[in-house]
Design a protein around this ligand. Structure first.
Ligand SMILES: [Zn+2]
Ligand SMILES: [Zn+2]
Length: 350
């Protein structure tokens, strides 16, 4: 297995695609459909003696264009089978329009977040300059579901559905000893999962090494995004993978610890949201401004989306009530730990 590092700066930046040369030549995630990044991917593959036309299978962690953008183009060149979770499939095969090109969805969402006109205009303008090319061609997809195995011939990928950042985000777990040219990582002593077979996983944007993946803004279709993501993080902790190969930047050698850290970060963020509301009712936009300050480009979407995810979570728990687009604190001192699931690692640290 080889990691192909892409130099893109769009979205979370520095995407990774992974090449597995099993019986079927397989690419896990592609790249955003921008000339310079397409060139990066072509060059990275060609250094390994592979062209787009040689790819038999493209396995996508989620629909975002920095991961799925070139799937259609690769398929056109060599007929690759493109796998993606059924919840994200409509955005890869073109049945649904992505948020950035869907004015009706934008209006409804910006309204719900209480976004002022100037910020809306700025974001719409950003979407327009970004263009629709980044999404690349539509691909014909093979939809997959949680627990399904993708057989690459010699290597089997187990689909692990981890919704939150997007509705259909999946990790793909594998036995590293089966992967040609891959040295198994012995992050947890080489015997995670209770001392039997080592297991590693491609985690897309479910688990990233430096940033906490955005929830709430990155895919506005996700129902109860924060609760969904918290459950996904617990699932990662429970899996106790030996290593995670993320969608951006470097390998994560202690995925369980990283997942527990991100969950903790969301508990803290929830506390900060409650602090903001102590000085009076506020909209998602206003909470975002208090937490993150002035935002630009894609962050103008991610900031209020994240604030909304937390507000929505607190409203469902009865801590807040919503009045139009503003949220008012009902319980000024809730036990935040009770609002999130606990993991085996939380129990160990207390
Ligand atoms: Zn993403
Ligand atoms: Zn990403």
């Amino acid at each position: 297995m080889k990691r192909i590092q892409l130099g893109n700066t769009v979205f979370e930046g520095e995407n990774d695609a992974y090449l597995i040369e099993a019986d079927r030549t397989t690419l896990v995630d592609t790249a955003v459909s921008i000339p310079a990044v397409r060139a990066d991917l072509r060059e990275g593959l060609s250094e390994l003696g592979v062209g787009f036309a040689d790819v038999d299978a493209v396995v996508l962690t989620h629909w975002h264009p920095d991961h799925a953008g070139l799937a259609g183009e690769i398929q056109t060149e060599g007929g690759a089978e493109v796998y993606v979770h059924e919840a994200d499939a409509p955005l890869v095969d073109g049945r649904e329009r992505p948020f950035a090109t869907n004015p009706a969805a934008q209006r409804e969402t910006f309204e719900r977040w209480g976004m002022p006109a100037a910020a809306r205009d700025r974001l719409t303008e950003f979407f327009e300059t970004e263009g629709t090319d980044i999404y690349g061609r539509d691909a014909e997809v093979t939809p997959i579901a949680d627990g399904e195995t993708i057989d690459l011939g010699g290597v089997k990928l187990e689909t692990v559905h981890l919704p939150g950042h997007t509705a259909g985000l999946c990790a793909f777990a594998f036995d590293p000893r089966t992967v040609p040219g891959h040295e198994p990582v012995s992050g947890n002593g080489g015997d995670g999962n209770g001392g039997e077979s080592p297991v590693e996983a491609f985690t897309g944007d479910a688990l990233l090494p430096r940033y906490t993946p955005n929830v709430g803004g990155a895919d506005v279709r996700v129902e109860e995004p924060l609760a969904a993501y918290a459950d996904s993080l617990v699932r990662i902790v429970d899996r106790d993978w030996d290593a995670a190969h993320p969608g951006h930047r470097e390998r994560i050698d202690e995925p369980s610890r990283r997942a527990a850290e991100i969950l903790d970060h969301h508990r803290d963020r929830t506390r900060r949201v409650i602090d903001v509301l102590e000085s009076g009712p506020a909209t998602a936009w206003e909470v975002s401004a208090a937490l993150f300050g002035d935002l630009e480009e894609i962050h103008t979407l991610h900031g209020p989306g994240e604030a909304f995810a937390h507000l929505d979570h607190l409203e469902r728990a009865g801590v807040l009530e919503r009045d139009g687009t503003a949220y008012r604190l009902l319980d000024p001192d809730p036990n935040v730990d009770d609002l999130f699931p606990t993991t085996a690692l939380d129990a160990a640290s207390t």
